[in-house]
Design a protein around this ligand. Structure first.
Ligand SMILES: Cc1cc2nc3c(=O)[nH]c(=O)nc-3n(C[C@H](O)[C@H](O)[C@H](O)COP(=O)(O)OP(=O)(O)OC[C@H]3O[C@@H](n4cnc5c(N)ncnc54)[C@H](O)[C@@H]3O)c2cc1C
Length: 490
């Protein structure tokens, strides 16, 4: 209950830190960012390492936007293709659209392979193998044993984990039940093993005490085949009941449950179920639970403020994973096609600045919201570390989360500096995992991606570390001066 004398909890757009604190944060961000960058760029992959080859393939695919689009189309459609003929046919059709983007030897290879059934089968096999092999970089394993091995390897490097079960959209009750069972099996079978592992102080303790070692990320839409805002009561009954059961089983096995955030149409419903159930007497004191705020959404800071007010009333804090959001292309294209207002920012600096504002807000209110910063962007992470420094928040009071297979050098550098780094580990069959893979590829190779600019394009550090608000101001000035200059003639 909120005491009548509690100070008002102002929204993030009304109150920020003091100007001198913001100046100190900016200074420290610059310094921490430069240190991380030095490490990032010194630890370049060598030719004999797998990473070197992956980086070359990504750089090659990004050289030509048309080639990139055709390759992504192929990876996207691959799970649906049954025969070798279909696989080879699609690959040739897509690559035929961009012959000038291919090197001469690949053009020759494709020409030779289209002639006979046998060579087409070989091409299909090579394409399947290459795609699965690439997917393995981002997917921690297909079986529980494999994912446990990945988790153990991470812990040896002082990195914690959260597991995610990959799968396709749930469209029947049987699939929702199967998903639920898979979550239950994972908690019941894996958590006891993980709980026996030796303690790693940096990962298993925070300012309030012991942290669960077993951490599971779930999608509420996987628990119901009709997860639709049109029927909140029905969803609450079906997905809500399964969520309650998961919370009970998690408590029994000292496991942590994080609710992932999906596309915008599911956002309000996800927050509603999360808040309603965790406010119930049975779950009101559950602390090992978290939710996600996507900072590319124009509503992000409003949702964050509502979440803080709710957590204050509940009396037990929850973890908040702050992300930018994984569905930017989908949200933009979908809203445009339907003539709806676009729910996501259209300029990258706006998502970056909102991420930073959300970070400061959560770090200012750790008694209600516990910060988990999920980003591979060194500026975003450095700003978080700098804010913690200025607010005197110890390293164990927050965590940094990164995806499996991405930014491994950053993960190592942060873990070695004593921060709690948690790796998001998707696991499951590679073929259903392709949708996940395409999202990761889009993210890594989009023109606005930090990893693209920092890793593949060698953009100068000072540009990558710029305050997003300054980037916005400069962009604004540039477009104003463009508007002010006379229109070119002819
Ligand atoms: C551990 C972990 C868990 C995650 N869980 C979730 C989750 O539950 N739900 C979810 O949606 N995402 C999730 N993500 C993905 C995350 O949202 C980002 O897509 C990803 O981390 C890339 O952001 P970045 O800060 O690392 O990189 P950056 O390169 O700095 O940012 C890229 C992001 O900026 C945004 N962006 C790109 N172009 C524009 C533009 N023109 N205008 C405005 N914004 C733009 C997009 O969100 C894009 O993904 C998770 C990420 C991590 C690391």
């Amino acid at each position: 209950m909120v005491a009548a004398s509690s100070p008002p909890l102002l929204p993030p757009w009304e109150a920020d830190l003091r100007p001198e604190q913001l100046a100190r944060i900016e200074e420290a961000t610059e310094q921490i960012g430069r240190e991380l960058f030095a490490r990032f760029r010194a630890d370049r992959a060598r030719i004999w390492q797998r990473r070197w080859w992956d980086d070359r393939i990504m750089a090659w695919a990004m050289r030509d936007e048309r080639l990139k689009v055709e390759l992504f189309r192929f990876v996207d459609v691959l799970p649906m293709l049954r025969s070798n003929e279909e696989v080879a046919g699609h690959l040739l059709e897509y690559l035929d659209r961009v012959p000038d983007a291919l090197p001469w030897w690949l053009r020759g290879l494709l020409r030779a392979s289209r002639n006979t059934r046998v060579t087409r089968a070989l091409l299909a096999r090579a394409a399947r193998l290459a795609s699965s092999d690439f997917a393995r970089r981002f997917i921690a394993g297909s079986t529980t044993e494999q994912v446990l091995r990945s988790a153990r390897r991470a812990r040896r490097q002082k990195q914690a984990f959260t597991l995610d079960i990959l799968g396709e959209a749930v469209i029947s009750e049987a699939e929702a039940e199967a998903y639920f069972r898979a979550y239950v099996d994972l908690i019941e079978n894996v958590a006891p093993t993980v709980n026996q592992w030796p303690t790693v102080e940096q990962l298993d303790q925070d300012v309030l005490g012991a942290l669960p070692r077993f951490n599971l990320s779930i999608k509420l839409s996987a628990l119901d085949c009709h997860f639709d805002a049109i029927d909140p009561e029905g969803v609450m009954q079906r997905a809500g009941e399964r969520f309650r059961q998961l919370l009970r089983i998690a408590k029994e096995h000292q496991a942590f449950i994080n609710v992932d955030m999906e596309s915008f149409d599911k956002k309000d419903l996800t927050l509603h179920i999360f808040k309603t159930i965790l406010m119930e007497d049975e779950f009101r004191e559950t602390a090992d639970v978290g939710i996600v705020i996507q900072c590319y959404l124009k509503s992000a800071l409003h949702d964050l403020h509502e979440l803080a007010l709710w957590a204050r009333e509940r009396g037990t804090p929850v973890w908040v994973r702050i992300v930018k959001g994984a569905y930017w292309d989908y949200e933009t294209v979908h809203a445009r096609a339907e003539h709806w207002p676009i729910p996501v920012f259209q300029q990258k600096w706006q998502s970056d600045a909102t991420f930073e504002r959300a970070t400061r807000y959560v770090m200012q209110h750790i008694e209600y919201l516990r910060p988990a910063l999920a980003s591979h962007n060194i500026r975003s992470i450095a700003h978080g570390l700098a804010t913690a420094q200025v607010l005197d928040l110890p390293a164990s009071g927050f965590e940094i989360q990164m995806l499996y297979g991405m930014a491994d050098v950053e993960k190592r550098a942060l873990a070695e500096r004593g921060y709690r780094v948690r790796v998001y580990m998707p696991y499951g069959e590679l073929i259903p995992g392709m949708a996940y893979l395409v999202r990761r590829l889009l993210e890594n190779t989009s023109n606005d991606s930090f990893l693209r600019a920092g890793l593949y394009e060698q953009t100068p550090v000072e540009l990558l570390l710029r305050d997003p608000l300054q980037v916005g101001k400069q962009d604004g000035n540039r477009s104003r001066s463009r508007r002010a200059s006379p229109a070119p003639r002819g």
